[in-house]
Design a protein. Structure first.
Length: 201
């Protein structure tokens, strides 16, 4: 039975590597890990978050999840775990896939649902415009288990954002350089109240 389950989970993991539009929803009632990006459109140079969310948790004592993202488009700024699964440890933030690991053999099955941890990303200034996909899965199906050390089958749902051009921002009307990218613009000639005025209107 475990061999059959491993094969099925391997197929599921392959599916998570496809564009998220192919996986429109998890099976109803199945334990599921879902990536949620509250912001659908993100400007270059801006930060945004992706939540890793557990639903329909049937009871877990250990897991390892991998979040795959395009390192040429963005970088991880920070990661913050909630208190749903105490003691989550994270892998290097400059790696993709980004790993999170949790094991608690002392308290039995954890049946909490909700956001497990939140990853904050920053879009690189040289990232091309367009969609950026995020995938979630596990490297080894046996790394997801309950208090009886039985493998627990999970569904995985990814997400995506749209990278859009950033809005130039300036300190004032006389500022010629964008605060974000440094690109310069033409500004109107300075205007003063009188010859003694040193501050441009």
């Amino acid at each position: 039975m475990k061999k059959i389950l491993s094969v099925l989970l391997s197929v599921l993991l392959l599916l998570t590597m496809m564009p998220v539009g192919i996986i429109v929803a998890a099976a109803e009632g199945a334990p599921t890990i879902t990536l949620v990006a509250p912001e659908q459109s993100v400007e270059k140079g801006s930060t945004f978050t992706v939540d890793v969310v557990m639903t329909n948790n049937s009871g877990l004592e250990g897991w390892q999840f991998l979040v795959d993202y395009n390192v040429t488009l963005m970088e991880i700024v920070s990661v913050e775990a909630t208190d749903l699964f105490a003691g989550v440890s994270f892998g290097p933030t400059d790696a993709s896939p980004f790993s999170a690991l949790w094991v608690d053999a002392l308290h039995g099955n954890n049946v909490n649902n909700g956001t497990i941890y939140t990853i904050t990303f920053k879009v690189k200034m040289d990232a091309p415009l367009g969609d950026a996909y995020f995938y979630v899965g596990c490297a080894d199906p046996d790394s997801i288990f309950d208090e009886n050390f039985d493998t627990v089958a999970l569904d995985y749902v990814g997400t995506c954002i749209e990278i859009i051009d950033h809005t130039h921002t300036y300190d004032n009307a006389c500022d010629a350089g964008c605060n974000i990218c440094g690109e310069t613009r033409e500004v109107e000639p300075h205007v003063y109240e009188n010859t003694c005025d040193t501050t441009c209107n």
